[in-house]
Design a protein around this ligand. Structure first.
Ligand code: HEC
Length: 125
């Protein structure tokens, strides 16, 4: 490996390690949450898990204001990481042993999912 390629690979590695995997935009996430995502109908307008459709589900839709999550979608022993929230949004909860009431949104781009994750994080009181 010559000096230039060593420099480039070191720089690229440093960039990958320091760039947050989830740099979502919470304001954009809110627009999806209230609009195309219809998340508010179950999770509630303020994220408290009290949307008009919430009563039908057990377990209840997650309360984002409490910031307590149930699903460990990647089996890393931690619930409610950014990856877990993104997986639940993309694939639904049933895939991870959760409630079928949480629909997957495979139609959303990764950027949209990251925006939703950022918005969910911002709802914690
Ligand atoms: C039809 C009702 C419904 C809709 C619409 C819905 N959810 Fe859910 N959601 C649920 C239910 C019920 C759960 C609880 C699943 C469980 O804990 O087993 C849940 C769980 C979740 C979780 C996992 C939380 C945890 O405890 O790990 C996330 C994240 C989530 N929803 C985000 C969203 C987002 C973002 C949207 C909109 C794109 C959305 N949901 C739309 C009903 C819904």
């Amino acid at each position: 490996m010559n000096h230039l390629s060593k420099f480039l690979s070191t720089t690229a590695t440093a960039f990958i390690l320091t760039t947050p995997a989830f740099a979502g935009d919470a304001a954009a996430g809110k627009a999806i949450y209230d609009g195309a995502g219809a998340c508010a109908s179950c999770h509630g307008a303020t994220g408290a898990g009290d949307g008009i459709a919430a009563a039908a589900f057990n377990p209840k839709p997650a309360s984002f204001t409490e910031g307590v999550f149930r699903l460990d979608t990647d089996g890393d022993g931690s619930k409610g990481t950014d990856t877990d929230l993104a997986n639940a949004i993309k694939n639904g909860a049933a895939k991870y042993g959760g409630n079928v009431g949480m629909p997957g949104r495979a139609d959303f781009s990764d950027a949209q999912v990251n925006d939703l994750v950022a918005y969910i994080r911002s709802l914690k009181k």
